[in-house]
Design a protein. Sequence first.
Length: 407
Amino acid sequence: MPLDPALADRIAASVAHGFAEQVAHTQALVRFGSTRGAEHAIQDFVLGAFRARGYATERFAIDAAAIVGHPGGARVADGHSEAPIVAGLHRPRGAGGRSLILQAHVDVVPPGPLDLWTHPPFDPVIDGDWLYGRGAADMKAGHAANLFALDALRRIGLQPAAAVTILSVVEEESTGNGALAAHLHGYRADAVLIPEPMDEALVRANTGVLWFTVEVRGRPVHVRAMGAGANAIDATYRVIGALRELEGSWNADRAGRPHFSDVAHPINLNVGRIEGGDWNSSVPAWCRARAGIERDPAADAPPRVTFDGFFAEGYVLEPGSEAEGVLAAAHRRATGAELTGIMAPCYLDTRVHALYEQVPALCYGPASENIHGFDERVSLRSVQRITTAMALFVAEWCGTERLEAGG
């Protein structure tokens, strides 16, 4: 049943009333330098925020054996985060409505050279409409929105009439194993909403992502006899060239593929790290290139390939689900515009729920700039709009009931 207009207005006003607190909470999240492996402190903070609101909570470790045994799991290698997954659990008094998972990740990518930032990356500066900081957009603003969309209902004496689970995961930027761990732990719902920074659009399709390392061996000699050696770094560039040709052929094959055919370059090869050699005046004997492809070349020995990160399929969100219809109506009411769909050429945790649970997995979030780059920033006006849409979505999808006495 469509949401009563008077209730929708009360919810929107409640989001606005609590928005200053929401911004402050987002800034608190940004202050944690929660790069891979360093997410323990922020997860403690998140657990405290859930408990302060009276939610039942759970904190659990990623089960490496279960991950490795799953077809969508990535290798649990050195550097994999050991931080826990945190869940906040709302359980209604009755059994009405439809259940929901609200999910976000706390891990962020490294900030890079600090001198290239206008403000320190973990100093959440506000300038006009923009909140700056590493992770401000990807995706701590969305993480806060999950919590404050529910707060907006509580502020007017309501709560969801169905079960809602708030998941705070790690490893989204490296393997996707955090979301998969929550799935393997048993968390399920009738729909999932993940507010990644998608410029107020809904992700309709998502590419698969594969991370790998290529190691090339050469033959070291003194630089004076360079022609007698085999330069592993030169050979690695030839390998990269061959991979570029493969990337080109995959993109050329996009014709006729729904959601991808109209995108100029849906498949992207990124060479993210390269290292090699031992001495400036020696022909390098080794070189490693770490790459990801979202969707071979000469040396003394064939290149060795190791898969050491994402091993994730893409997904398509088929149109027409009831959950999408409810989100479209909520978005229209919150923004005055129609909800549009986009293809996202990157990894998204929604793949876990779409592929392995076969439920509507909605990725929808605020407008932002420079994610993974310098001066990452998120639009606060957009955050308020999408939080309003999310609160309206929760109210209609889950239904509402009065808070328990004292709640």
